[in-house]
Design a protein around this ligand. Structure first.
Ligand code: GDP
Length: 483
């Protein structure tokens, strides 16, 4: 009897090793978020932490000592650029350390994790290696999805309507003014197309600027062109139909309409079909603090962007879009980044604000199906905590090196370049934060810091970067595949 069990076990093990060599399971992990939400920093810190065996108490496989080795493998997709991990590490570990260059296009990196599985059958089958293909792409591109079900006239009407909403009215002024001066039925004119397209792009870019922090509107490639930078494929803009519904061939309207349709067919569709639909897990990074800084309009706008993003994950229920692709993502994590800009007493509050935002967006998107989580984290912690005196009072503060040009509510700390900053508290009730009530302007001014000083290791390389709750993010994204 014992022999029989032994033999059967050996057979499984052999078959398992053979199969395991042929096909290690692969998990495709999407990392996205709007510009400057923290994608590059997150991926670099995550990969470095795993490779260097960082302390990750809430990442079960690591905490239980079951991860034997993590390393990079050649990127399997020849048509997608590789995520430049080494260059980003060089920036972060330079003297002085600098933040790496942000995401501008899609890129990918393959990580191999060797581990001891917990389950009996997995152990027998030799399932001891997981490939994680990390796919980094601009969140702006996801906002293009609604375009697939809008024709040019519908999109134009929607873009015009949004451009006069509170917060956008002033910024969109020059573009709207130009529209009043043209006749969409007049013969197509390339110079005019370029001018209108540039004015529209400037409006979208200004809406994203720090003082407004409005989330972006499509077309996503207007702000994040990727490889299409400067391409004529992006020379179009919505027009004001001025009550007309038919336009002659060869008119400005007809030209813009043709380019809009080409953008959908050659840029938007291939992205969703070839990249997005192949993801298994997705983390969406959200700069909640920047939106809170921007005021109630920026928060409302962020919620709209999150609703649009959630829409991408439920296309299975939309028959028009499910002909094109059917997302297989079964777990979605929204993460509020840069939590190190707050005292730890506010980390749970930041998480609660993001959770409330996510729930509102899920309700609006009538979202169901995939498992959705919200958490607050800092992939790289650039600050430490302390106490400092202000106006005779001892207050909790955060201490770090502010980037040049950042000068709000701070005070010199010690003899070096460090400053103590009183970030203020986020309100306990997330609803207050979302409405912009209960917060003093000073409370929501968040200063940007230099990355922490890198710590060289005796055997070469650098110690994993300090972080806040990075381990929880990793556990939520891949933990169950390492059980
Ligand atoms: P991406 O556009 O989404 O790739 O954004 P990045 O990863 O390049 O991050 C944009 C900027 O946000 C960085 O240059 C940093 O200034 C800041 N940042 C990102 N992550 C963190 C973090 O964990 N902590 C702190 N303090 N700053 C961060």
């Amino acid at each position: 009897m014992v022999n029989l069990i032994q033999d059967t076990t050996d057979i499984f093990r052999n078959v398992g090793h053979y199969a395991g060599d042929l096909v290690s399971p692969t998990l495709r992990l999407g990392v996205t978020g709007l510009a400057r939400s923290g994608k590059t920093v997150f991926i670099t810190a995550l990969v470095h932490n795993l490779i260097a065996g960082g302390r990750l108490p809430f990442f079960d496989a690591a905490a239980e000592g079951r991860v034997s080795r993590v390393f990079l493998e050649p990127q399997p997709d020849d048509t997608v650029p590789r995520f430049d991990f080494e260059a980003h590490m060089a920036d972060l570990t330079g003297d002085p350390p600098t933040w790496p260059e942000s995401t501008r296009r899609i890129s990918q990196l393959r990580l191999a994790i060797e581990y001891q599985p917990q389950g009996f059958w997995k152990r027998q089958l030799g399932y001891d290696r997981l490939h994680v293909d990390i796919v980094d792409y601009p969140g702006e591109w996801l906002l293009d999805l609604p375009l697939l079900s809008l024709d040019f006239a519908e999109w134009s009407a929607q873009a015009l309507q949004q451009s006069v909403e509170a917060g956008r009215e002033t910024i969109s002024g020059p573009w709207r003014q130009a529209l009043t001066e043209i006749d969409p039925a007049a013969p197509a004119d390339e110079g005019l197309a370029v001018k209108l397209s540039d004015l529209f792009k400037t409006y979208l870019a200004n809406a994203r600027a720090d003082q407004y922090s409005l989330s972006t509107l499509p077309p996503g490639r207007f702000l994040m062109p990727g490889d299409l930078e400067g391409s004529p494929a992006l020379t179009f803009a919505p027009l004001d139909a001025k009550g007309e519904s038919k336009f002659p061939k060869g008119s400005l309207w007809a030209m813009m309409e043709r380019r809009y349709e080409a953008y959908k067919a050659h840029v938007v569709r291939p992205f969703f079909r070839d990249h997005f639909s192949r993801l298994d897990r997705q983390i969406v990074l959200v700069d909640v603090l920047a939106a809170l800084n921007g005021g109630p309009e920026a928060v409302a706008d962020l919620e709209r962007a999150m609703t649009d993003i959630l829409d991408c994950f439920r296309t299975g229920s939309n028959s028009f879009l499910s002909n094109l692709f059917f997302p297989r993502i079964d777990r979605l994590v929204f993460a509020a980044t840069k939590a190190d800009h707050l005292h730890h007493s506010s980390h749970d509050r930041l998480q609660a604000i993001l959770k409330a935002l996510t729930e509102q967006a899920m309700e609006r998107a009538e979202f169901g199906g995939a498992d959705v989580k919200a958490l607050a984290m800092a992939a790289i912690r650039a600050t430490r905590e302390g106490e400092a005196r202000r106006a005779g009072e001892t207050l909790p503060c955060i201490i770090g090196n502010p980037l040049q040009g950042e000068a709000i509510g701070r005070q010199k700390f010690g003899g070096n370049d460090e400053f103590a900053i009183f970030p203020g508290d986020l309100p306990e009730d997330p609803a207050l934060a979302l409405r912009g009530d209960g917060m003093q302007a000073e409370d929501v001014r968040f200063v940007r810091f230099r990355p922490p000083d890198p710590v060289p290791l005796p055997g070469g390389g650098f110690a994993p970067f300090p972080n806040i709750r990075l381990d929880r993010a990793i556990q939520s994204l891949i933990g169950d595949h390492l059980e």
